[in-house]
Write a protein that binds this ligand. Structure first.
Ligand SMILES: [Zn+2]
Length: 299
């Protein structure tokens, strides 16, 4: 499962939506050359993949935010409705309470199913965590509440984790002794983790960062990286046995006319033979966790 922060479905208009012209051959190839965009809220279906426009506004006014969106995705609870507003980027006490019980990962671990959180964290994160000073996304809180371990620099070196910056370049700029890898190689590492677990989840936030900066070069680089990551995953994944799920918490990168979040639906991308078992259930961010739990507990 790939969680991309800040990726919505925008109109098929190259003047505002950088996805329309983005260097994303892998994503396009999944849909027979067509880049999925907003078209009357319809699904995109092909022989290999389905893309479902998924409501991220959740019946609450204002712009969807990261903490409430992620809490909804990973608990199935309508978090902005529960606390009366969209809130982000980091979860407050009320959201942390929601995340601390009955999240998706807890239900899988209790079943028991094997869950891996693929992100590698640098040594400073663990120092801050020990002092209760680490800033953590809602997803990061959810996996921790389930007792799923945070991966570290040793996992990253061994190819058993992927950094949030994918290629490790930023870690190397901070003098970390880790190899520089391609996004495609990182995707292969993610696919191997998925094959060794019932669920492997990876959090990518540069889509949101690029949306906030709204610089065309940066946005194109980020979208190309996302595409290569996907390419690497598909290199190593048997789609008869493995379902690749990608989703997001709110729109941002798909609209360069503003630097903030959007109320656009987000794309839930399902690749693999089993997608038909959950695709009809996905309408909003509340539908993902229960669908994933049912799919994995039926196995
Ligand atoms: Zn977000």
């Amino acid at each position: 499962m790939l969680f991309f922060d800040g990726w919505g479905l925008g109109p098929n208009d190259r003047a505002v939506n950088p996805l329309v012209t983005a260097p994303m051959p892998t994503l396009r190839a999944l849909f027979d050359g067509e880049m999925p965009t907003l078209r009357g809220n319809g699904h995109f279906d092909s022989a290999r993949a389905t893309l479902i426009p998924t409501d991220a506004t959740l019946g609450v006014p204002g712009l969807p935010q990261s903490a409430t969106g992620q809490t909804t995705i990973f608990t199935g609870v309508n978090a902005p409705q529960a606390i009366g507003e969209h809130l982000g980027p980091y979860p407050n006490a009320a959201l942390r309470r929601l995340l601390a019980h009955e999240n998706l990962f807890q239900r899988l671990v209790a079943a028991p199913r094997r869950v891996a959180f693929a992100n590698a964290y640098p040594p400073i994160f663990f120092e801050r965590l020990a002092r209760n000073k680490a800033r953590r996304s809602a997803l990061s809180h959810a996996v921790h509440a389930a007792g799923v371990r945070y991966r570290d620099i040793d996992d990253l070196r061994a190819g058993r984790a992927v950094s949030a910056f994918v290629t490790n370049q930023l870690w190397r700029e901070h003098s970390a002794d880790v190899p520089l890898i391609t996004a495609r190689a990182a995707g292969r590492n993610l696919a191997r983790l998925a094959s060794e677990n019932d669920l492997a989840v990876f959090e990518y936030f540069l889509t949101d960062m690029a949306g906030h900066k709204a610089k065309p070069d940066l946005t194109a680089r980020v979208l190309e990286e996302v595409d290569q990551l996907l390419r690497g995953i598909l290199d190593e994944t048997c789609l008869d046995d493995v379902l690749v799920i990608a989703t997001s918490d709110h729109g941002n990168i798909e609209d360069t006319s503003a630097k903030g979040h959007t109320r656009n639906p987000v794309p839930t991308l399902l690749i693999g033979a089993e997608r038909a078992r959950i695709a009809p259930r996905i309408k909003s961010l509340t539908d993902l966790a229960p669908a994933i739990v049912d799919l994995l507990l039926a196995k």
